[in-house]
Design a protein around this ligand. Structure first.
Ligand code: ADP
Ligand code: MG
Length: 471
């Protein structure tokens, strides 16, 4: 096909490539970021390997250039070998048009975490616009299921929410992986305080939004107002603080805000994806300040918590569903709560659509991709490694022919866990254990099942291993 040769591409070809560039951006950055920043980029044209694109405002343009241009250029170059450079300029269009475009913006499920195009337009028109927290009404303490992995963070959040004027610890720093309930807990604190002390000024925002506010204050030479707004709040919550790693001037400003609030004895709550000490790109003094109060981490979920969360969601929605399905989901979707909820919603939506009750088969069918992705996370090798470590045997003993009880039993445990935690077949599992027969694996699974009943210390070992592996 001659039209696909880089030498004589026409603009229709480039429009096709642009569609793919956008798709790639969307999948790399996720729906929320894509909608906030990248969705409104328009392709102008391509001349001699130079791509021209546009955005409706200077601010949007600057932001995209600073944060995403490199990647956009790389993707263009990957998808079309003749591309040399890109440029994004401001396409002046009437303000009303921009408003209109912005209002089409679809808020992400967690809309408050990201700066939206609508906000940019608003802030652009009105630099004095007041800061407001938008708290998700679903994220309350009542809807938060407590388990081992989050009990410390939950208790700390409750303590902060219930404290009247005696601030228990400042700041409260909550950290953990994605989708484990950090934002949920912060919103819950916000709801609780607003309810018990309606006169208190509570401000929740993402670090990204903080930075956006700060930059736009600089731009509009409005930093006084910015400082005043932030320093007059009673409770400040900053979500995903890792976002400002490496952003020096924002960190500097944040540091001053932080100190000013602590001096006034106002509560600060921060979340991050890692502990304060592990925040690379964060100034040392900032890291140490963040660890001043209470640092509470949220661990990956365990099976019981996942099941509890599913039960609570189903109950809230007033849906009856075979408990077996919930158990299946809790076993198999181990990544995080967000994915778990997504899986449940998908299963429910499907059954609603086809007008049939949810079955194990339909669940497996609808979630095929998700189940596969979750399976990939626990590999047989990982199971072998953990089990070997746990029982203090060598990894090579997982494959060896040695039959001494001290190595044979752990090997059987590993086979058992491989059967439970992955979707590998018995022969596949056998192959990974030094080319053993599938009947050997079957025997191991039965044997361990049997032993578990009477041997509580073995049962505990297995539970512990499973918990480690599922996360
Ligand atoms: P994070 O901010 O840690 O990435 P979120 O707070 O956004 O995670 O949580 C992701 C989703 O999972 C939200 O819908 C939240 O309500 C839900 N969720 C997380 N933990 C729990 C929990 N313990 N109980 C109920 N829902 C939870
Ligand atoms: Mg979050």
């Amino acid at each position: 096909m001659s039209s696909s040769s880089p030498l004589n591409r026409n603009n229709t070809d480039y429009a096709d490539i642009w569609v793919r560039v956008r798709e790639k951006l969307r999948s790399e950055y996720g729906e929320a970021t894509f909608n906030s920043w990248l969705k409104n980029i328009e392709l102008g044209g391509v001349t001699n390997g130079h791509v021209t694109m546009s955005l409706p405002t200077k601010f949007l343009r600057d932001w995209v250039i600073n944060n995403y241009a490199n990647r956009i250029r790389q993707i263009w170059c990957q998808l079309s070998s003749d591309i040399q450079s890109i440029d994004i300029h401001v396409k002046e269009i009437p303000a009303t048009k921009v408003e209109e475009a912005a209002s089409n913006f679809q808020p992400a499920p967690n809309a408050n975490t990201h700066v939206t195009a609508a906000e940019i337009v608003k802030a652009g028109n009105d630099p004095q616009s007041q800061l407001k927290s938008q708290l998700d009404p679903r994220f309350t303490f009542e809807n938060f299921v407590v388990g081992k992995s989050n009990e410390l963070a939950h208790a700390a959040a409750r303590r902060v929410a219930d404290a009247k004027d005696n601030i228990p610890f400042n700041p409260l720093y909550i950290y953990g992986g994605v989708g484990l309930g950090k934002t949920h807990l912060m919103h819950a604190i916000g709801h609780a305080i607003s309810q018990s002390s309606p006169d208190k000024k509570v401000l929740y925002l993402s670090a990204e939004k903080f930075m956006f506010r700060f930059i736009s204050a600089l731009r509009y030479k409005d930093t006084m107002n910015f400082k005043e707004q932030f320093r007059s709040v009673d409770v400040l919550m900053i979500d995903d603080v890792q976002f400002i790693s490496g952003k020096e001037s924002t960190q500097e400003e944040f540091f001053h805000t932080f100190n000013a609030l602590v001096d006034q004895n106002h509560q600060i709550i921060i979340s991050g994806d890692r502990s304060p000490t592990d925040l690379e790109g964060m100034e040392e003094r900032m890291r140490s300040r963040l660890g001043w109060g209470l640092v509470a981490d949220i661990h990956p979920t365990d099976y019981e918590l996942r099941l509890g969360i599913l039960q609570s969601k189903v109950e809230q929605a007033g849906i009856s569903i075979d408990p077996k399905i919930l158990e299946f989901l809790a076993h198999r979707i181990t990544s995080n709560v967000r994915e778990l909820e997504g899986a449940l919603n998908r299963v429910l939506a499907y059954s609603d659509l086809v007008g049939r009750a949810v079955t194990l088969e339909s669940t497996q069918e609808v979630l095929r991709d998700l189940l596969r992705a979750n399976d990939r996370r626990t590999t047989i090798e990982e199971i072998q490694k953990r089990v070997a470590e746990h029982f203090n045997i060598r990894m090579s003993d997982m494959h060896s022919a040695r039959r001494a009880r001290a190595v044979a039993r752990p090997r059987q445990v590993a086979m058992y866990l491989a059967k439970q935690l992955t979707s590998r077949s018995l022969p596949e599992i056998g192959r990974k254990f030094g080319g053993r027969d599938h009947t050997t694996v079957m025997h191991a699974v039965r044997k361990i099942d049997e032993l578990r009943e009477g041997d509580s210390s073995l049962a505990e070992d297995i539970d512990l291993l499973r918990r480690m592996l599922e996360n």
